[in-house]
Design a protein around this ligand. Structure first.
Ligand code: DGY
Length: 428
């Protein structure tokens, strides 16, 4: 079974490879997506380290002069996706791109690639990409922390990568959609609309996009004018983790001049975590920076604390208590949102389903902090749902059925890099 699935995962990566960059899945997502590509690189690294590097190097070809790495790179025009380059209207070169970013997982993957081989070529590739990672992280800390809280804010739900999380419902409810021009969605022609965001959410996504476009995608102006500005615990913790990995890369490459800047980022972010703490529910949550309103639910991001290396004993204890409570309610871990929250929907995009890539990060943090029992539960559940439902985009935590796109690259990649039982067999 596992060997067959390993072969299928290889085939999916090959099939979605457009020659140096990989699309998430055919039809639904026909371009290069930022964090998808990084997870794909981790999958490639299990059998082709050169190809893994290429994926990340090509992603950074889309980096903007201000350091931002966009969430989509439109290397060609594909009418099967909306909103495409003619809607975003960025002036990016050499390729059109979207105007927002996505979770900064790349430095963590670059550290993994660097550590995968001691060859001079490998170190050289890490050395070349290092300043680009620095510029991206500096961009997050310069532009996306306007209140200097030590956290990272997003200006669009798509920037979080967790598009229609119930936590966005409150901040997005203030978005005026009266000026949104007529548009036709494409996602619901590829996938059952029950598994995708609702029309009223989409209207608001478009309204926020139009504000960014009217600002000419100037980073400071977008933050000043966007109707949606929310500090995100997932981005914050992923960035904090990525900064720790960036520091290790700098040490390994002898880039000592850069270390003080990264150390200052880490210290600022470690302090900032308290801003995201909701003492009522005892979890890290979103904060609407326009109104101060905090998220009311436990999302899977709450379980990234060990991955980010944050949380005193009491934080970790409440995270463990939430994990065990949710594990009683869900058949499979880890739902993207608390099954006991009224916003939970088990098959609708980020309102409840399991995402293998988030599970991978959660389990990695749990393993690193010695919580092998919960970590193995997350891995085994991920393997079970893939065995049951194939390489779907996401999965119901209640019945394990697959949802969204099929033959999905990042699900195949994290299967190969982490979930597949054949890794255990190899290690034994
Ligand atoms: C989409 O089109 O749904 C994407 O998630 C946006 O990045």
């Amino acid at each position: 079974m596992s060997a067959t699935l390993d072969a299928q995962a290889h085939a999916i990566l090959k099939e979605n490879d457009e020659g140096g960059y990989t699309i998430p899945t055919k039809g639904l997502y026909p371009y290069q997506w930022n964090w998808d590509s990084v997870f794909v690189a981790i999958g490639f690294a299990t059998f082709d380290l050169n190809r893994a590097w290429l994926e990340i190097e090509n992603l950074f070809e889309g980096q903007w002069d201000d350091g931002m790495v966009p969430h989509i790179i439109f290397r060609k025009n594909d009418p099967s996706y909306f909103p495409g380059p003619s809607v975003w209207q960025t002036k990016a070169e050499p390729f059109p791109t979207s105007g927002i970013s996505q979770p900064p997982v790349a430095a963590t993957a670059v550290r993994d690639l660097l550590e995968a081989s001691s060859s001079a070529d490998n170190a050289e590739r890490a050395r070349k990409i290092f300043p680009k990672l620095m510029a991206w992280h500096r961009w997050w800390l310069s532009y996306r922390d306007p209140q200097n809280t030590g956290t990272a804010a997003i200006v669009h739900p798509w920037e979080s990568g967790r598009d229609n999380l119930p936590d966005w419902d409150e901040p997005i409810s203030h978005v005026d959609t009266s000026n949104v021009p007529e548009y036709t969605r494409k996602d619901t022609t590829h996938v059952d609309p029950e598994m995708r965001p609702q029309k009223e959410d989409y209207d608001r996504y478009m309204a926020i996009l139009c504000v960014g476009r009217d600002c000419g995608w100037d980073a400071a102006e977008v933050v000043a004018k966007t109707p949606f500005l929310v500090a995100d615990p997932a981005i914050t913790m992923i960035l904090l983790r990525a900064n720790r990995d960036l520091l290790v890369i700098a040490e390994k490459l002898g880039l000592n001049d850069q270390k003080a800047e990264i150390e200052a980022w880490i210290a600022r972010q470690e302090k900032g975590m308290s801003f995201l703490w909701n003492d009522e529910i005892k979890a890290y949550v979103t904060v609407n920076l326009r109104t101060g309103v905090k998220g009311t639910g436990v999302s899977s991001a709450s379980f990234l604390a060990p991955y980010a290396g944050v949380g005193e004993k009491d934080v970790i204890a409440s995270m463990q208590a939430h994990f065990d409570r949710i594990a009683e309610k869900a058949t499979y871990m880890v739902p993207s949102y608390d099954p006991e929250h009224p916003g939970f929907e088990h098959r609708r995009y980020w309102r409840g389903p399991i995402w293998a890539v988030v599970n991978y990060m959660i389990a990695r943090g749990l393993t690193e902090t010695g919580d092998h029992i919960r970590s193995e539960k997350v891995r085994a559940d991920t393997a079970k749902i893939i065995e049951q439902s194939g390489f779907a985009e996401y999965f119901s935590p209640i019945d394990g059925t697959g949802a969204g796109g099929k033959a999905f690259s990042w699900t195949a990649a994290v299967w190969l890099a982490w979930a597949t039982p054949t890794l255990e067999a190899k290690a034994a």
